[in-house]
Design a protein around this ligand. Structure first.
Ligand code: RTP
Ligand code: MG
Length: 147
């Protein structure tokens, strides 16, 4: 069973799509393991996006992601990391297909409303940046097809 870090970015929070995004992951059948509204610090943002350090958009990205509250979540399920990336769609909302979260709910770069971990290593690293172990809730849903 995998876990992934999903975050509604400040633009998504402003645009009132937290509920819609939670709903899509719930309806897909994944299990919510942790969630909180938070304003992330510059240090957290720099760690989260460390793979982009030095790129031309890095400073703007850190400013954007710390500009207001984000909704941080951990979701669990089989192949949840890759499936969540498919549900989210391409980085550029103009290229994200209809049916995906970015394709349906976001308009233009860099405001693509949501983040999802891109590998098992990223997921583990990112979850540890935003959540204490004690905040991750272990439970099974009786209705989950795959449990
Ligand atoms: P994310 O990490 O936020 O889930 O997005 P992603 O994997 O689809 O895209 P990634 O390449 O990791 O880029 C991280 C975020 O940086 C901003 N970005 N701006 N050329 C640009 O101006 C540019 N490229 C990337 C986006 O907000 C992107 O989500
Ligand atoms: Mg990324």
């Amino acid at each position: 069973m995998e876990r992934t870090y999903i975050m509604v970015k400040p633009d998504g929070v402003q645009r009132n799509v937290i509920g819609e995004i939670i709903s899509r992951f719930e309806k897909k059948g994944f299990t919510l393991v942790a969630a909180k509204l938070m304003v992330i610090t510059e240090a957290m943002a720099e760690r989260h996006y460390e793979e982009h350090t030095g790129k031309p958009f890095f400073e703007k990205l850190v400013r954007f992601i710390t500009s207001g509250p984000v909704f941080a979540m951990v979701w669990e399920g089989p192949e949840v990391i890759e499936t969540a990336r498919l549900m989210i769609g391409k980085t550029n909302p103009q290229e994200a297909l209809p049916g995906t979260i970015r394709g349906d709910l976001a308009a233009q770069m860099p405001n693509n409303i949501i983040h999802g971990s891109d590998s098992t290593e990223s997921a583990e690293r990112e979850i540890a940046i935003f959540f204490q172990d004690s905040e991750l809730i272990d439970y099974k849903k009786a209705t989950a097809d795959w449990t």
